[in-house]
Design a protein around this ligand. Structure first.
Ligand SMILES: NC(=O)c1ccc[n+]([C@@H]2O[C@H](COP(=O)([O-])OP(=O)(O)OC[C@H]3O[C@@H](n4cnc5c(N)ncnc54)[C@H](OP(=O)(O)O)[C@@H]3O)[C@@H](O)[C@H]2O)c1
Length: 286
């Protein structure tokens, strides 16, 4: 199968390449950070998207590219919608014109977090600009493509050249720095490798619809951080509990946007890992 992977220079894109099978043919796409053999495509340029997708002629597009800095999206509203919303629409149109399936990577932040442990068919209510623009991507995807899937993930982590929450915690604790972590934000932290495996299953089994390809826990950020310390044998007394009220962030965060992964496990016949399992896997591959 031939895959066109946007966000190929990002965390998830790189882990998709790592867990792909030998006979998978991959085109990794970057915008400003080229990687080995990656192809440049700015997804906000409709003509460029059209041209490159048609030239590469993939069976499946896995669309990971996004403006992922949640707080920056609050300042750069037009750009957030252009990349996360319109860029997804352009790729969906290009997929349709080339008879390709498109899998769009979305987020637990489409939910407002009042309920928690969300199933795929539950009502969305995105709070901030990042969340709203990613949801706009979900809407544009369904408008322009007839062969789509949405794979929602939550607090992605894994080894990558740029820091993510988990690698930041490991770095801070190794440097013996104290860190303040909120106890009142609950998610389903997702090892990028495990989410990538689920996305390839969606492609291989030719599934359509929404899937929560996330970690198999509902855990608050403070407890998750303690698990990171435990998995990497680091000093957890450096982790101070705090609350969202004291630790002010620009964009609103859902209180509990944890995701129920039962559908993925049942329909795809694969296991989504708990964070203890995933952190062990990460520690074993350092
Ligand atoms: N990170 C999380 O905690 C999290 C949580 C929930 C959902 N998600 C979703 O998961 C997906 C993957 O996230 P990630 O953490 O792997 O992302 P990431 O590491 O932040 O990488 C973002 C990627 O998007 C690309 N990109 C940005 N603007 C672009 C543009 N105009 N044209 C083409 N490419 C562009 C970047 O390319 P260059 O670097 O080459 O410019 C980069 O490859 C995203 O859709 C995100 O919304 C992430």
């Amino acid at each position: 199968m031939k895959y066109f992977i946007t966000g190929g220079s990002g965390l998830l894109g790189e882990r998709l390449a790592t867990v792909s099978k030998e006979n998978d043919e991959l085109t990794l796409v970057h915008n400003s950070n080229p990687t080995e053999n990656s192809v440049k495509c700015d997804i906000t340029n409709e003509e460029e998207v059209k041209k490159i997708v048609s030239k590469e002629n993939p069976d499946v597009i896995i669309h990971c590219a996004a403006m992922t800095n949640v707080d920056l999206c609050e300042d750069e509203i037009d750009l957030a919608y252009k990349i996360n919303g319109d860029g997804t629409g352009y790729l969906a149109k290009a997929a349709e014109e080339n008879d390709a399936k498109i899998i769009y990577v979305s987020t637990d932040f489409v939910f407002d977090g009042n309920l928690g442990y969300y199933k795929e068919d539950e009502k969305v209510n995105p709070l901030g600009i990042y969340a709203k623009s990613k949801y706009d991507g979900e809407v544009q995807l369904q408008k322009y493509s007839s062969n789509w899937a949405i794979a929602r993930v939550s607090v992605l982590y894994g080894w990558h050249k740029r820091a993510n929450f988990t690698t930041w915690v490991i770095d801070q604790l190794r440097q013996k720095n104290e860190i303040n972590i909120v106890t009142d934000q609950i998610n389903s932290p997702t090892l990028a490798d495990n989410a990538a495996e689920a996305m390839f299953e969606i492609a291989r089994q030719d599934k359509n619809g929404i899937f929560h390809t996330a970690g198999n826990d509902a855990i608050n950020r403070y407890d998750f951080t303690r698990k990171i310390a435990d998995a990497f044998d680091l000093d957890d007394s450096l982790i101070n509990p705090t609350t969202s009220e004291k630790f002010v962030q620009k964009a609103p965060r859902p209180r509990d946007s944890s995701l129920n992964v039962n559908k993925v496990e049942k329909e795809l016949g694969m296991k989504m890992e708990t964070c203890s399992e995933s952190l062990k896997r990460m520690a074993d591959t350092e």
